[in-house]
Design a protein around this ligand. Structure first.
Ligand SMILES: NC(=O)c1ccc[n+]([C@@H]2O[C@H](COP(=O)([O-])OP(=O)(O)OC[C@H]3O[C@@H](n4cnc5c(N)ncnc54)[C@H](O)[C@@H]3O)[C@@H](O)[C@H]2O)c1
Length: 427
């Protein structure tokens, strides 16, 4: 990387000032009963335990006209109906998590619809038919049962029409088209959540996916991000996630309930933009980490890339949205997601192959060969971030982000990720 050293000295530029480690220490170490799970409990905005609680037999607070059924005491229970829009690797795992909860919780209708972008498999069968027959997404999540209450549906309009809770989880490049198709097709009282990492860059500036959904469909949209490599959650290994919500705490609690399991711990924070930008920008850092692996630079270099990347993530997020909170970068969506994607994950893996090939094989080629239909997000996000940086005159302030894009498009060799330059930042 063409390092701009003054940028990284903690005193040089207030946006990059050091994290407030000291103030968060007492929160982490104050627990007298030390156990991993206690120490991992939400540090900032604790909720009552989401998944074991006895469900109230009364209506959910914010959706009056959801599907009605009777609870054990004969009272009418208003049930929320969930549809997952997307059925790739993470989409399928999200459907599995949700479906295990809707079966247990009275305030949700058991069935979870999952919209599938229809594909014909090599066997000649339709993916949707195979999912509904085997209860497995054989292409994107083979070997994992989704739960009998997950119903795959190739018809987008039909999949969303009854839902009052929509979970969006497709690669970000398809969302604009999906939103256009959904205008006027969703219920008026619907709440949405986006699990999508990425952004759209428009003439007027960057547009986060949650914002795209909100604006195009006229609905509120929260986000869920975190250190969540889908295949690990699929086999029920413990991990955490962060729900970012705008202003309605009850809605955040509803999402936390829907996703939380004993192996998937969800914390709400009131910072949609911060959470979403973390999830989006960490993929650019993961590409840089992949280059470092491909160049066999070792662990110190990779740790440096993660640290610099996290600082650029925070600075970029705060420049775009002054409301973004520093504490968000300590949640699962922040530092934890940077670590997991720089150690594992598809962006790192393909970037490593790119660097091993000396940048001579394109990312498109490598993606097609290595990912079997799964999509890379980091390369397109790096381009989108670069467009924002160049449009706003911020390129000099974000050498890691800028260098990642220039390597991806072949303007610089992969080794540029660790090259030093004396150039000073402009501000
Ligand atoms: N996989 C993970 O570990 C993981 C973890 C956290 C977040 N995410 C994020 O979740 C989102 C979805 O990723 P994923 O892993 O579920 O998907 P994926 O990359 O595994 O699969 C690609 C999906 O895109 C669909 N698709 C292909 N062409 C399409 C089109 N023209 N229109 C609509 N859909 C089309 C495919 O059918 C498939 O469902 C991404 O934003 C990703 O960054 C993924």
């Amino acid at each position: 990387m063409r390092f701009h050293f003054p940028l990284y000295s903690s005193s040089s530029f207030s946006l990059f000032s050091d994290f407030t480690f000291i103030s968060s220490l007492p929160l982490i170490f104050s627990s007298s009963h030390f156990s991993p799970f206690i120490s991992m409990a939400p540090a900032f905005e604790p909720l009552s335990p989401p998944h074991q609680e006895a469900e109230p037999q009364t209506a959910t607070p914010h959706h009056a006209d959801t599907v009605n059924n009777f609870g054990n005491d004969g009272q009418v229970v208003s049930k929320s109906k969930v549809t997952v829009v997307g059925s790739g690797n993470w989409g399928s795992v999200a459907a599995k998590l949700i479906a295990s909860n809707t079966l247990k919780l009275n305030s949700f209708h058991d069935e979870v619809r999952m919209w599938v972008f229809e594909e014909t498999l090599q066997t000649g069968e339709k993916l949707t038919d195979v999912i509904n027959k085997t209860n497995e997404n054989v292409k994107y999540l083979p070997g994992i049962k989704l739960g009998k209450n997950v119903i795959a549906d190739p018809d987008l309009d039909n999949a969303v029409k009854d839902a009052n809770m929509l979970v969006f989880v497709t690669p970000h490049q398809f969302m604009e088209g999906i939103c256009k198709r959904l205008v006027g097709k969703v219920r008026g009282d619907v709440e949405a959540i986006s699990l999508i990492k990425g952004m759209e860059v428009k003439m007027e500036g960057p547009c986060m996916i949650s914002n795209l959904i909100s604006e195009q469909l006229g609905i509120n949209c929260s986000v869920l991000m975190g250190a969540n490599i889908a295949n690990e959650i699929a086999v029920e290994k413990f991990s955490e996630a962060t729900v970012g919500y705008r202003d309605n705490r009850e809605i955040a609690e509803q999402w936390v309930k829907l996703f939380s399991t004993p192996y998937f711990m969800v914390t709400p924070v009131q910072d949609v933009e911060g959470v979403e930008l973390c999830g989006t920008l960490k993929n650019v850092v993961a590409i840089a980490a992949g280059f470092v692996d491909g160049l066999e630079m070792g662990n110190n270099t990779k740790a440096a890339i993660m640290r610099i990347g996290l600082r650029e993530m925070r600075a970029f997020s705060k420049l775009l949205f002054s409301s973004v909170r520093d504490s968000t970068f300590f949640e699962s969506c922040g530092v934890a997601d940077v670590i997991t994607t720089c150690l594992g994950g598809r962006n790192r893996k393909v970037a490593e192959a790119f660097a091993r090939n000396g940048g001579k094989r394109s990312f498109d080629d490598l993606e097609a060969e290595m990912l079997q239909g799964q999509k890379l997000q980091g390369v397109s996000t790096a381009r989108e971030v670069y467009e924002v940086l160049s449009h706003r005159g911020w390129l000099e302030l974000f050498p890691l982000f800028a260098t990642v894009h220039e390597i991806c498009v072949g303007r610089l060799p992969p080794s540029a990720i660790v090259e030093y330059s004396e150039k000073k930042p402009s501000s």
